[in-house]
Design a protein around this ligand. Structure first.
Ligand code: SF4
Length: 512
């Protein structure tokens, strides 16, 4: 029997951390096309191995245990006994903060599976490096078993692109029998079939999921110093009919929340407008997008894409702009794709077309921006420039739905790794808390008050976790805001919540 072990994935182009369901396990499931293929999560395995399969009671003093929160319907003991081949999906490249999930690292999963007797294959973005924490090099964990390494069964064809990760293979203490790039390199002809069959995986999952849908891979203009996407994929787009068929299949199986997020820029998808117009007929509960290149927003005729997004997608939608830095020196030295001026124009454009309040209480479509610390050429001036532009945005009454700040993960094969490694991260680390805090307190908090003013009612918020006598909820969708309410609400249920207060990035409210 085949078993897929999902340790969750987070890349610049594609999210597979619950409540998101990523493409990797779905495609592998569809590819195997065997009736009895099982899907389990790292949470299932942790619960089984560390807590004898018993979910911990969360007393009023406790916080929900997010490491064992995302369970499948499967009996893990039975599944592991019958497993002949275990396909392990690992890979966090752009580490974030996750409210109700904890992705597995190579180190952790190696430890958890070492005594399971079966053939073990590692796949997913981790074969290009894995790092749960920004500001660090990727994990360097021995992967392959000693005997496999000695026999050299052909898996080393891939070493050239993966040197950083495989350096340690020579230590020969790993647990995997094979490290496979092929399990996540399906051509789009194949994806057209396996993505449909893979939708069935949903039947094994307990809780609702946001289905991350792929529209394309590779990056058509970017050469950003920190990014692995151009190394991993050449530019390719899926046929619109394949994307539609996959969404329809999930919809038939009960999925209601979708994000067209597995791509590097939704505006680059050649059939963006017509795909959205076709999706309008499905009346999905949530339909969002993710990455957008600001340069594309400002291209001639692309207002049509923006207008169609506002018309078809559900509110709370975000164009996540990979601005990364407003310091033109850093932009240049890291080959970033967008100048500060273009970013500003694109922020204005999305605000003009999408800024109106939508049905779920949030504005329909707003820009979000990403800022990265630790890039080549970073100095104190970089923070000054970032603040200058962010203040300008705030003072012009333009809205940003969210500002993502992270430290660069230095990944093998990237320009950042080759030219600087963690040089700038080390040099400026002492300022990061201060820089981040200044953005959070002077910009985020003010922005949040404008985006979701006091007394706004946010609809359909899903109660996700407890922390002491508080419940934290989020709407389903892209980069949802976290809302804390006093008391313990029944988890995994929906509530309408009135906003009462604004924290730096989250909200406080009451159920109405
Ligand atoms: S624009 Fe830059 S960060 Fe975005 S996918 Fe392309 S290379 Fe990566």
């Amino acid at each position: 029997m085949y078993t897929i072990l999902d340790c969750y994935t987070d890349e610049a182009a594609g999210l597979g951390v619950p409540p998101y369901l990523g493409t990797y396990p779905r495609y592998v499931y569809g590819y195997l096309n065997k009736k009895n293929t099982k899907y389990i999560t790292i949470d299932d395995l942790r619960l089984f191995k560390k807590y004898e399969g018993k979910e911990k009671e969360i007393t009023l003093k406790d916080k929900s245990q997010i490491s064992t929160y995302n369970l499948t319907k499967n009996d893990i003991k039975k599944v592991l006994e019958k497993t002949k081949t275990l396909i392990v999906i690992v890979g966090v490249h752009v580490p974030g903060k996750y409210l109700s999930a904890l992705p597995g690292t190579l180190k952790e999963v190696s430890e958890l599976i070492k005594d399971i007797k079966c053939f073990k294959i590692l796949t997913g973005p981790a074969v290009y490096g894995n790092q749960l924490l920004g500001g660090k090099f990727s994990e360097s964990v021995p992967l392959l078993k000693k005997d496999v390494h000695e026999k050299n069964q052909g898996v080393f064809d891939e070493v050239s692109v993966n040197q950083g990760v495989f350096d340690e293979v020579s230590v020969n203490q790993g647990v995997f029998d094979e490290v496979s790039v092929n399990f996540f390199r399906f051509g789009y002809d194949e994806v057209s079939k396996i993505s449909i069959k893979g939708a069935e995986i949903l039947k094994q999952i307990k809780d609702p999921r946001v289905i991350e849908i792929e529209t394309g891979r590779g990056c058509d203009i970017g050469k950003c110093s920190f990014c692995t996407e151009p190394i991993k994929n050449r530019v390719e787009y899926r046929d619109k009919k394949d994307v539609l068929n996959e969404i329809k299949e999930f919809y038939k199986l009960g999925a209601e929340y979708f994000r067209l997020g597995k791509n590097t820029c939704f505006y680059s998808y050649p059939e963006a407008v017509s795909l959205l117009k076709d999706l309008k007929k499905l009346k999905l509960k949530v339909l969002h997008i993710d990455n957008v290149n600001p340069v594309k927003v400002m291209m001639d005729k692309n207002d049509e894409i923006t207008k169609t997004i506002v018309d078809v997608c559900t509110s709370g939608n975000i164009a996540a702009f990979g601005v990364e830095s407003f310091d033109s020196k850093v932009v240049k030295e890291n080959n970033l794709n967008c100048s500060p001026e273009v970013a500003l124009k694109a922020i204005k454009k999305i605000n003009e077309i999408g800024g109106e309040k939508g049905e779920n209480g949030l504005p329909k479509f707003l820009p979000g921006i990403n800022i990265i610390f630790g890039l080549i050429g970073e100095s104190k001036k970089t923070h000054k420039e970032n603040m200058k532009y962010l203040k300008k945005i705030l003072d012009s009454n333009l809205l940003l739905r969210r500002i993502n700040i992270r430290q660069a993960a230095v990944l093998p094969g990237t320009q950042l790794m080759k030219e600087a490694g963690n040089k700038f991260l080390r040099k400026n680390k002492k300022y990061y808390w201060k820089w981040r805090n200044e953005i959070r307190s002077k910009i985020d908090n003010e922005m949040l008050k404008k985006v979701v003013p006091k007394n706004t009612i946010l609809k359909e918020c899903y109660a996700e976790i407890y922390d002491g006598n508080k419940t934290f909820l989020r709407q389903f969708g892209t980069y949802p805001l976290v809302i804390g309410v006093e008391g313990r609400l029944e988890l995994k249920k929906f509530y309408n919540v009135k906003v009462l207060e604004h924290m730096q990035r989250g909200l406080g409210g009451e159920v109405i």
